[in-house]
Design a binder for this molecule. Structure first.
Ligand SMILES: Cc1ncc(COP(=O)(O)O)c(C=O)c1O
Length: 395
């Protein structure tokens, strides 16, 4: 039972917990950043909620303008929804509508092996299949699945895309790191090559930056490291600094124009009650002001360095393998006899960490640390001492 959050800490009925996974990767600057909380309070006094069909409001307008200002070039339009899943669902619908409205028969989606894009039917279809969606399989549509570009296998992935992209609607990717799939990292050159193949073959590129956005990979957006600009960009989690649910799907003028018509059948049909909730938009606007005014980039670089230092002792520890880092995220695999998402130790590990005051939630035998950017060196030591102890107990 959690009663309070402050910086990197949560207060529970059983004591304090260090939030080393940013409460499912959403909290960026820390719990209850004063500027975000102040913005929420101010907006709550003005306008709580209003229909966003045929109406707009200042927080949504300001936020859209600010997002366009920081997003990769070519992205010029913003569509709001309320979760990472819906931001990707919207992206898939935009891609299909783009082709349908031009009478071009491109309907297939290409996605990566091990991908995770959410838990709606469309995003489950694009994501990896497994125990978590087997029951819903009859509802899911087929996608073209590219092998994950693991070291040495990149060419295979690119070759498959070359064939698939010729008549596909879009390639959907998590840029540089697959999160729920096990914190699997691939290099910017591969992302750039994927983008180039899409462009040459006319397929749209959808970047799902729901997890990677807002600094996690060391830059504001992961796409920046590959120097690419996708046709569609999905944002959620860190958009409000993690304080309130809000998502945005950004797209190019071409995609907007394909839907902008007096022919009602060309409309982009997607609406939900809380689209662009004013309080959530105000929180996101405050988040972007923090990025503008505070040395967040420096903070992220420093956190990356601290994380790297703490990984060093595990690189030679026989109980762990695949010790890795991207920006502020680290991950390492505990050697167990039954590796994978359903590894027997998972729940035990979570309980073990919790008993030590740490909120860590391994993905199977993969331990990862994705802390809020305010975490200190001393707090990181607590996390990694816990991980070392887990190695002694469970490997
Ligand atoms: C890459 C990615 N896309 C989409 C989602 C779904 O986001 P939400 O849980 O907000 O629906 C997640 C959630 O972890 C994610 O990591």
């Amino acid at each position: 039972m959690v009663s309070r959050g402050e910086g990197a800490w949560l207060e529970t009925d059983k004591g304090r917990l260090l939030d080393a996974i940013s409460s499912w990767w959403v909290i960026t600057h820390g719990h209850r950043h004063p500027r975000i909380i102040e913005a929420i309070k101010r907006q709550a006094d003005e306008l709580d909620q209003v229909i966003f069909a045929g109406f707009t409001h200042q927080p949504a307008e300001d936020l859209a303008r600010a997002l366009i200002g920081i997003a990769p070039r070519r992205l010029s339009h913003v569509f709001y929804s309320d979760s990472g899943s819906t931001s990707v669902e919207v992206a898939l619908k935009m891609a299909l509508g783009f082709w349908k409205n031009q009478n071009k028969p491109r309907t297939r989606i290409i996605a990566l092996e091990h991908a995770y894009h959410g838990d709606t039917v469309g995003t489950m279809s694009a994501g990896a299949r497994g125990v978590y969606n087997a029951a819903y399989d009859p509802l899911l549509f087929d996608v073209v699945r590219l092998p994950f570009p693991s070291p040495g296998n990149e060419q295979q992935t690119l070759d498959m895309l070359k064939t698939a992209a010729k008549d596909a609607a879009a390639l959907l990717v998590e840029p540089l790191i697959l999160g729920a799939g096990g914190m699997l990292i691939y290099p910017p050159e591969v992302l750039r090559a994927l983008a180039t193949i899409c462009r040459r073959n006319g397929a749209l590129l959808i970047a799902d930056e729901v997890m990677t956005g807002f600094g996690r990979t060391g830059t504001l957006f992961a796409c920046k490291q590959a120097g690419i600009s996708p046709d569609i960009l999905c944002l959620a989690k860190g958009l409000t600094g993690g304080s309130l649910p809000l998502a945005a799907t950004l797209c190019t003028a071409e995609i907007f124009d394909a839907h902008y018509s007096t022919d009602r059948s060309h409309t982009f049909f997607h609406s939900s009650s809380f689209t662009a909730n004013p309080i959530a938009c105000a929180a996101a606007r405050a988040n972007l002001e923090i990025w503008r005014d505070e040395p967040v980039a420096e903070r992220i670089a420093a956190l990356g360095a601290l994380q790297e230092e703490r990984l060093a002792r595990f690189r030679t520890d026989q109980r762990f393998e695949n010790v890795r880092r991207l920006g502020t995220i680290t991950a390492l695999d505990l050697k167990v006899s039954d590796p994978g998402y359903l590894a027997g130790v998972t729940l035990e590990l979570t309980r073990f960490f919790q008993a030590r005051g740490l909120l860590l939630r391994p993905l199977g035998n993969t331990l990862y640390v994705m802390p809020p950017y305010c975490i200190t060196a001393g707090e990181l030591d607590l996390v990694y001492d816990g991980i070392a102890e887990a190695g002694q107990k469970f490997a």
